[in-house]
Design a protein around this ligand. Structure first.
Ligand code: SF4
Length: 382
């Protein structure tokens, strides 16, 4: 096992994701900017072998034989400010890495929400869904995130919409407003639409990157852990939608999150390799905080093999930087002593100049195909 050190921020990110961090804080989780522009989220866990301390003006994570200087990304001041309805702006647009994250209808992600909702448990119709914030409130909160936070990008996380388009029609007015007000890239995490024309439409309407998260490595695990999601949506719909998305979105802009604690290493490696071969970037999260002592060496092995599969498939890694809540192939690359060089664009991607380049490329690609996609969608009855 590699040793934790300041020179290995990706390993620290992985160990933080697996174990959380002990801290004198009432927050559920903390976020850190580590060396090498690595963003890391960690749930607050008093039993973690890692502890966050402030000492003599320095911020440190200590434990497991190391003491590493970090910078905690404290919630920006805007987050506690309330809008006219009395809602805290941070509830509408929260900062995660450099993503201003907007959660609509309760969102969906075991890794970032750390909970199991009614859909996965199979009680979709009996529990209230989360809020769908009014568009103008989302724009105001995002403006604060861009003005006062570290926001570069927007991440919209949709909960379950019981429609064949998975909620794309409800999403489109938000996309229009976001692109009208901000020069940014929009990533969307959502359940996969049953009708693939909605995937084309989402791209044409301004989704730059899309994430349909399998979370479980196979249909059997999905059925056992998420009986509702398995029966309402089903494992195959995720794979089918991801496959279709690779024919619509640019390389590197199709993601699927897998939970490191929801399957054996062999099952995770198999599904991650399959996703990479399809052109999808697997991201890794942890779903059951503190439930099981996950082996960081095994987790690192899964992640590095996944990086190699993504690299073999020649998928761009330019879109997956600054993600704090998932361990990405870009993070995993740092765990390899002899990691292959990345094309120049990846280096560009780690700077503001890179962010601008990514945005321009996204706009250009969309202009090239948007007319055809819109025309096809308009002629459909979706
Ligand atoms: S992963 Fe399942 S439980 Fe979690 S938010 Fe999504 S639908 Fe709900």
């Amino acid at each position: 096992m590699q040793k934790l050190s300041a020179d290995n921020p990706a390993l620290l990110k992985l160990v933080l994701a697996l174990n959380g961090v002990a801290a004198d804080s009432r927050a559920e989780s903390l976020e850190f900017a580590l060396d090498g522009e690595v963003w890391a989220a960690a749930r607050v866990n008093p039993a973690s072998p890692l502890r966050y301390v402030e000492r003599d003006g320095a911020e440190l994570i200590s434990g497991l034989g190391a003491e590493i200087g970090v910078r905690r990304a404290a919630p920006p001041a805007y987050a506690a400010r309330r809008n006219a309805r009395g809602i805290e702006l941070g509830k509408i647009a929260a900062m995660c890495g450099t993503y201003a994250t907007v959660i609509l209808r309760g969102g969906c992600s075991l890794a970032s929400a750390g909970r199991t909702c009614a859909l996965c448990r199979g009680r979709e119709l009996t529990e209230a869904a989360g809020e769908v914030w009014p568009i103008e409130e989302v724009v105001d909160a995002l403006r604060a995130a861009f003005d006062e936070g570290d926001a570069e990008f927007v991440h919209v996380v949709l909960g379950h919409f019981a429609a064949d388009d998975g909620g794309v029609r409800e999403l489109v007015p938000y996309l229009d407003a976001i692109h009208r007000h901000f020069d940014t890239i929009v990533a969307v995490t959502m359940h996969p639409p049953a009708d693939h024309r909605a995937i084309d439409f989402a791209y044409a309407s301004g989704v730059d990157a899309v994430c349909y998260s399998l979370e479980a490595p196979d249909a059997e695990t999905m059925r056992a852990r998420f009986p509702g999601r398995a029966s309402f949506i089903g494992f195959d719909r995720y794979l089918d939608a991801l496959r279709h998305a690779t024919s619509v979105f640019p390389s590197g802009a199709i993601w699927s999150e897998l939970m490191l604690d929801l399957g054996t290493p062999a099952a995770l490696e198999t599904v991650a390799a399959k996703l990479a071969a399809m052109g999808v970037i697997p991201l890794f999260g942890v779903s059951a905080p503190g439930a099981a002592a996950l082996d960081s060496e095994q987790a690192a092995g899964i992640a590095t093999k996944t990086f190699e599969a993504v690299n073999r498939a020649n998928i761009s890694l330019n879109w997956i930087r600054d993600i704090s809540t998932s361990f990405t192939p870009l993070d995993a690359r740092q765990l390899l002593a002899d990691a292959p060089q990345l094309p120049m664009l990846h280096h560009l991607g780690s700077s503001r100049l890179g962010a601008m380049t990514t945005r321009s490329l996204a706009r250009m690609r969309r202009r090239l195909r948007v007319r055809r996609v819109r025309a096809s969608f308009d002629s459909s009855q979706l």
